[in-house]
Design a protein around this ligand. Structure first.
Ligand SMILES: Nc1ncnc2c1ncn2[C@@H]1O[C@H](COP(=O)(O)OP(=O)(O)O)[C@@H](O)[C@H]1O
Ligand SMILES: [Mg+2]
Length: 314
């Protein structure tokens, strides 16, 4: 079954193919004989009832410096496609949210992965709060008194922006840290939104595990160990990917959140687990496919296309 696929993503010329999950998905789609049309978010439009985009046929190759060829642009209705991959990277701002409103109009007649309305409703550090029993103690606010009370109770804390990504502005504050007041002020002027205050998990030194779920089922995992001089495990911040298995607790986390992901049409999801505590449920444009495979794990891209093909065959 050859599918007509469109991918909404940031400029393909700029990606680094060795770690890019979108690229892994596209390579596998092409291998299976699906056709791929490419567009960047700024080529999307809503005209009356029609959702259109100016798309270019895309060919991909796993070759650094020569990883794609684009064909002639044409303006089309997105309902022409069987599947749209929503793979634009955060920031999760009003432009992103507007995109989800547009794509919502064609889903599920055209299967959008992930379901755009659900992506909108499930910002990574907010959605996870539906499972407080799986998380470290966590507070979302910008209220100074609340944060002080939380700090008095938990001592060692982390502060991070609610809509941050890739380890941006993640700070640890030890109980005696005198920088708290200034850091509070800095956050208050820098972010219009509330932010996340969380109990610091010292075992982050052993790593922050990225676990991928496909349609609510465990698919693969990679541990990410932070550099010796950094708190952050994100690979873009120098975290090192390591082979890993799931612990019993991590399997339980997958079992507990799986049904909710499936119900919401969140087909490709990456969760972060530190020391058995769930900290994030990434749904906007999760990564990790290539890292999982590079450490000897399964081919998650193949699992995702198996699922999408099964859904389209129905
Ligand atoms: N509560 C915590 N305790 C210890 N380390 C943390 C905590 N929260 C975040 N970190 C570190 O910061 C990194 C980035 O934080 P995360 O919440 O995953 O945000 P992002 O969306 O930026 O990846 C994590 O991978 C981890 O290394
Ligand atoms: Mg993270």
């Amino acid at each position: 079954m050859a599918l007509k696929i469109a991918v909404q993503m940031d400029p393909i010329a700029r990606i680094s193919i060795r770690g890019d999950s979108t690229f892994a998905l596209l390579l596998e789609a092409q291998r299976r004989g699906h056709s791929i049309a490419y567009y960047t978010p700024d080529r999307l439009a809503l005209r009356g009832a029609e959702v259109t985009a100016t798309v270019e046929p895309l060919e991909v190759r796993d070759r650094e410096g020569d990883h794609f060829t684009l064909g002639k642009p044409r303006r089309v209705q997105l309902t022409e496609f069987d599947v749209v991959l929503l793979r634009q990277d955060p920031p999760f701002d009003l432009a992103y949210i507007t995109t989800t409103h547009l794509l919502e109009r064609i889903h599920p007649r055209t299967l959008v992965v992930n379901d755009p309305a659900q992506v909108r409703n499930a910002p990574e550090k907010m959605f996870v709060m539906e499972f407080p029993e799986l998380m470290p103690p966590t507070l979302i606010t910008r209220d100074l008194a609340e944060i002080k009370a939380f700090r008095a109770e938990h001592g060692d804390i982390v502060m991070k922006p609610l809509y941050g990504k890739g380890g941006e502005a993640v700070f640890r504050l030890a109980p005696e840290d005198l920088n708290f007041g200034s850091l509070y002020d800095l956050f208050a002027v820098t972010f219009r939104e509330q932010w996340v205050v969380q109990k610091f998990l010292p075992a982050v030194r052993e790593g922050d595990k990225r676990i991928i779920l496909v349609d609510g089922e465990f698919a693969g995992a990679v541990n990410r160990v932070p550099a010796p001089d950094d708190l952050r495990s994100n690979m873009v911040r120098g975290g090192t990917p390591k082979e890993t298995d799931l612990t019993a607790r991590e399997r339980e986390i997958c079992r507990k959140i799986g049904p909710s992901l499936r119900e919401r049409g969140l087909l490709f999801v990456g969760i972060d687990v530190i020391d058995g505590f769930l900290t994030e449920i990434n749904v906007t444009s999760p990564t990790g496919i290539r890292a999982v495979k590079n450490v000897g794990g399964p081919d998650v891209a193949a699992m995702i296309w198996d699922k999408i093909e099964a859904k389209r065959a129905r």
